[in-house]
Design a binder for this molecule. Structure first.
Ligand SMILES: NC(=O)c1ccc[n+]([C@@H]2O[C@H](COP(=O)([O-])OP(=O)(O)OC[C@H]3O[C@@H](n4cnc5c(N)ncnc54)[C@H](O)[C@@H]3O)[C@@H](O)[C@H]2O)c1
Length: 322
């Protein structure tokens, strides 16, 4: 059955892949983005699709969002909001906390206000492993108390709290997805993205932040989109919350750097800046329990290392580096 959906952060890395998949399934998609981080080229396919409409502006401006969505609907309704808009540059938010207040929390506040005004009941929210802070692994969904170590993680946790309160008063059903590190084409940020860009500037040397031993789970964006769709279709609670990730304990930044150097054929020397974390607010090592998602019936096909290898190849091709 086809639906009308709204995606915030539609021009971003994950939002644009989700747009393409939902359009392919026959849905009508309203995409919102202010292009602070996303790009028009990410929406190249969607913009040519007759069932896609782009609304350009700031999601944290609740009055603008409500009015713009209402006019775009022209009397119709939205079956589900996929809220992805956020600041995805974690280190920028450590330097300036205003960034995460505005882009990571107030975007959620704006989306909730719009949903309340327009009587939209279903929300699917992109949360993150960063809400867990420095926990003993493997981290289950019920872990707590939660003390994030980045403003980004703090504002995502605050967003989850605001969504839970909204569910008590006006939302009908919520899916909260806690993502690991997501990799693949169209990424606007992240270690592979940075390594490929650095090598393009200087093919002889690759600087890596930290000692390279940071170890985290990685999921390919195609599998992430599949997992989110699976959860929205198969979960049965009013408040559904899932870690999404591969069933392994991750891959290291060293592996990622060596894969980029090897697949680019550059032979670059890798220089580690040292220390156990890349920047303030980085969680150097964690891994999730994905047992809840596996029990629901979904399992990633690619391991963390396989997801990295595929993403490196895809990004090198897009960047014309091989
Ligand atoms: N990529 C990952 O590894 C990862 C991991 C955990 C969680 N997430 C979450 O997934 C979601 C998507 O992440 P992504 O990797 O695609 O990041 P991204 O930066 O590529 O996409 C975010 C999009 O939101 C837009 N945006 C930001 N502030 C906005 C505002 N005020 N109004 C309108 N649009 C705004 C940006 O322009 C961008 O297009 C985010 O909520 C992010 O926090 C991503």
């Amino acid at each position: 059955m086809s639906h009308q959906v709204l995606i915030t952060g539609a021009a971003g890395f994950i939002g644009s892949h989700l747009c393409d998949r939902l359009l392919l399934q026959g849905n009508t998609v309203l995409g919102v983005d202010d292009f602070s981080l996303g790009t028009r080229s990410n929406l190249q396919e969607a913009l040519q699709h007759p069932a896609f409409k782009l609304l350009e502006g700031d999601v944290s401006d609740a009055a603008w969002l409500t009015q713009t969505v209402q006019s775009a609907l022209n009397g119709g309704t939205i079956d589900q909001v996929w809220h992805r808009a956020a600041n995805s540059d974690i280190s920028a938010g450590v330097t300036n906390p205003q960034i995460d207040l505005q882009r990571t929390f107030l975007t959620t506040h704006g989306v909730l206000a719009m949903m309340r005004q327009l009587g939209i009941g279903r929300l699917a929210f992109a949360s993150t492993s960063a809400i867990y802070g420095l926990q003993t692994s493997p981290i289950r969904e019920e872990a707590g108390p939660l003390f994030p170590v980045s403003n980004y993680g703090a504002m995502k946790l605050a967003s989850e709290a605001a969504i839970s309160a909204a569910l008590e008063s006006f939302l009908e059903r919520v899916c909260i997805f806690r993502f690991p590190n997501v990799v693949g084409p169209r990424s606007t940020h992240g270690a592979i993205h940075d390594f490929v860009a650095k090598l393009r500037k200087n093919p002889a040397e690759l600087e890596v932040l930290g000692d390279g031993n940071q170890q985290k789970p990685y999921l390919h964006v195609q599998e992430l989109v599949e997992a989110m769709l699976f959860i929205t279709q198969h979960s049965s609670e009013r408040l559904n919350y899932f870690n999404i990730g591969p069933a392994d304990d991750g891959a290291t930044v060293r592996f990622m750097a060596e894969t980029v150097v090897q697949k680019s054929g550059s032979g670059a020397r890798i220089l580690y800046t040292g220390g156990d974390r890349g920047w303030v607010g980085d969680v150097p090592k964690f891994y999730y329990s994905v047992a809840k998602l596996n029990n629901l019936g979904w399992r990633a096909q690619m391991s963390s290392s396989q997801a990295i290898e595929r993403a490196v190849e895809e990004l090198l091709v897009v960047n014309g580096s091989r």
